[in-house]
Design a protein around this ligand. Structure first.
Ligand code: NAP
Length: 257
């Protein structure tokens, strides 16, 4: 992993799940806006490539593992001690597994979704909030989903996890009132990333069907919104932003050509 060496006075922004999709795109967009991205994920080679490309720092991170989060947070603290404030956190790591109906729900898949989306966001946020507060101008962005705002057939494990992640994130809005930290929830609809491939356990044909006949969002569409929210003046808090492809009305309703 790259040595902790921001090498400039750019503020730090931690992006979890930055090895692909929305996280990688957000690291790129934020670097272009003058941030020093600290990228965390499990696939460290991919992470390092993106960090090298954007002039960021790659650090191994498994948000489901408390020891991994503690080691990650200690490395971020070293960067802060080196002089660059931690002003941003993008809670992005997560995803879905399976589409079983409740009657056939798979508890292991539920656990995976709760560990990565809910407890993962809790662990990282809890570990880094003191540094964000100390920076004097922090911002927590959490990538939830429209699955955090509605439910759909076959989606109970994911919608339950994303509802919980959204509730955790929105709780911060009140708890941090009076602290110099903003909180923004970004809830995308269908984005073409590795998300569907992970959901269907590497089944490419099944994953491709999700986007068949529609023009989905791409990771850059969401990343631009992340960068926009984080570039507003400090007194402006964008609370919740929902973005969907024009071809999508709800989690289940698409216009397919
Ligand atoms: P993706 O391409 O599969 O990216 C997921 C990222 O999360 C990867 O970088 C992965 O990295 C990381 N990750 C997963 N488990 C992790 C763990 N235990 N510890 C650390 N990192 C972990 O999918 P994406 O679409 O960009 O998803 C990003 C976020 O957007 C997720 O929270 C997802 O629920 C949300 N979202 C996606 C969509 C969509 O349609 N794509 C819509 C709404 C919301 P490693 O595997 O290298 O660890």
């Amino acid at each position: 992993m790259s040595a902790p060496n921001p090498g400039s006075d750019r503020p730090l922004v931690v992006v979890t799940g930055a090895s692909s999709g929305i996280g990688a795109a957000s690291a790129r967009a934020l670097a272009a806006d003058g941030w020093h991205p600290v990228l965390g994920a499990r696939r460290v080679e991919r992470l390092q490539e993106i960090a090298d490309e954007v002039g960021g720092t790659a650090l191994p991170l498994d948000v489901t593992d408390a020891d991994s989060v503690a080691a990650f947070a200690a490395s971020v603290r070293e960067l802060v001690d080196g002089g660059a404030p931690l002003r941003g956190l993008v809670n992005n790591a997560g995803g879905a597994q399976g589409t079983e109906k409740v009657i056939e729900a798979d508890e292991d898949k539920w656990r995976w979704m709760w560990e990565s989306n809910v407890l993962g966001t809790l662990r990282v946020t809890k570990a880094l909030l003191p540094l964000l507060i100390d920076s004097g101008d922090g911002h927590v962005v959490t990538i939830t989903s429209i699955a955090g705002l509605e439910v759909y057939d076959g989606g109970s494990g994911y919608t339950a996890a994303k509802h919980a992640e959204g509730a955790l994130h929105r709780t911060l809005r009140g708890e941090l009132l009076g602290e110099p930290v903003r909180v923004t929830e970004i809830a995308p609809g269908a984005v073409e990333t590795e998300f569907a491939l992970v959901r269907f356990d590497g089944d490419e044909a099944r994953a491709a069907k999700v986007y068949e006949g529609i023009t989905p969002l791409v990771a850059d569409d969401v990343a631009e919104v992340v960068a926009f929210a984080m570039s507003r003046p400090s007194h402006v808090n964008l609370d919740t932003i929902v973005l969907k492809p024009r071809d999508q009305a709800t989690g289940m309703r698409f216009h397919r050509r």
